[in-house]
Write a protein that binds this ligand. Structure first.
Ligand code: NAD
Length: 340
């Protein structure tokens, strides 16, 4: 396949626009072939702004010549919509969390394999150039030995999309919403190691949400490395940062404010042993991410964050949910054995 990849974005609320902008910044690889949105007025205005076709239903869009769909929907719709796209023989990039439980993730991976198409998870944090550059210092600090991921932000009744309020739609609010980023990043920074244990406590602080909005997750790896994820969606001011210690030093990165107003992107500062280093913010993570989708389709290979690559992220989220219920640390080997 040498032609440009034609993509349609499904759901053009907050983050759908970040993906559209990424597609438009990549005219060498991608073409925006439409938007699919239930809200007709929104579909029409976004289609007009970006000079593309508005579809009000996925079924109609699936009969067009679109090669790949980017699913930016409430969490409970990721699975049914992703499944429908894959079964139509089209590639799909699905916003995080890839599914609201592990069964959904496993099923999407299987359907993608059976239909010989790509399922990719939008783990956008891995596509920050600055974080990719920070990760190159891991051998220099001989780490990680210990990692702290702090993701504390604030959403209220007015600022959160309405579906966040219902547990059946958010599917475990804080772990799906923020844990899907932090746990994935924790695993990626510890690539090659096996997570052996996870302990998690969650709680609900903001009553407007049915799901839990605060959590602490502790993951232990087979070499003894400990990682802590502190997650909150009821905390101001926003803090989004990661401290990675090694035997020979430390890496610290922090996201500081919006990156040109793109939802989910941010400017990033990186420090090695306390010294700020030069990093790139361009292109933004959404542009990098859609470029990876297109390149993997064109080159007929799996993308960096393919459904199978991110599988362990979703194993750990599921185990963390189990731990939060039982207040007991979960042995990952046992957890996997019991599921099989
Ligand atoms: N990677 C990031 O940094 C990041 C940032 C924000 C959101 N997200 C993720 O993106 C996803 C969407 O979040 P959001 O904040 O953009 O939500 P949102 O509520 O702002 O947007 C969802 C859109 O989907 C539309 N919609 C609902 N059902 C539909 C259907 N069946 N068909 C077509 N359109 C439909 C809604 O009308 C709405 O416009 C979530 O998975 C969220 O976790 C990721």
């Amino acid at each position: 396949m040498t032609k440009k990849v034609k993509v349609a974005v499904v759901g053009v609320g907050r983050v759908g626009i970040s993906h559209i902008e990424g597609v438009l910044k990549s005219p060498d690889l991608l073409e925006l072939a439409g938007v699919v949105e239930l809200n007709k007025a929104l579909a029409d205005s976004v289609a007009k702004k970006y000079n593309t076709i508005a579809y009000y239903s996925l079924t109609k869009a699936l009969t067009s010549n679109v090669d790949a769909f980017i699913v930016c929907l409430p969490h409970h719709l990721h699975y049914p919509v992703g499944k429908q796209v894959l079964e139509a023989g089209k590639h799909v990039l699905i916003e995080k969390p890839l599914g609201i439980n592990l069964e959904e993730v496993e099923s999407l991976n299987l359907i993608a394999q059976q239909n010989n198409v790509i399922v990719m998870s939008a783990q956008s944090r891995r596509y920050f150039k600055a974080i990719q550059q920070a990760r190159e210092y891991l051998p220099v600090i001989d780490g990680p030995t210990n990692l702290l991921y702090n993701f504390a932000c604030i959403f209220t009744r007015d600022s959160a999309p309405p579906w966040w309020r219902e547990e059946s739609k958010s599917g475990g609010l804080v772990l799906g919403m923020l844990g899907s980023h932090s746990i994935d990043m924790t695993l990626w920074m510890n690539e090659g190691k096996k997570p052996v244990r996870v302990y998690c406590e969650t709680r609900n602080i903001t009553e407007v949400f049915e799901g839990d909005d605060a959590a602490t997750v502790v993951i232990t790896f087979d070499d003894g490395t400990i990682a802590t994820n502190y997650l909150s969606i009821c905390n101001a001011p926003i803090k989004h940062e990661c401290l990675i210690e090694g035997k020979k030093g430390s890496i610290f990165f922090e996201h500081v404010g919006d990156h040109e107003g793109v939802v989910g992107a941010a400017s990033t500062n990186v420090y090695i042993n306390g010294e700020r280093i030069e990093t790139d913010d361009e292109p933004d993570c959404f542009t990098n991410q859609v470029r990876e989708l297109a390149s993997s389709i064109i080159e007929a290979r799996q993308p960096l964050t393919s459904g199978s690559n991110v599988y362990n992220t979703y194993v750990l989220i599921e185990a963390a949910k189990e731990s939060a219920k039982s207040h007991i640390a979960i042995d990952i080997n046992e957890f996997i054995k019991l599921r099989n």
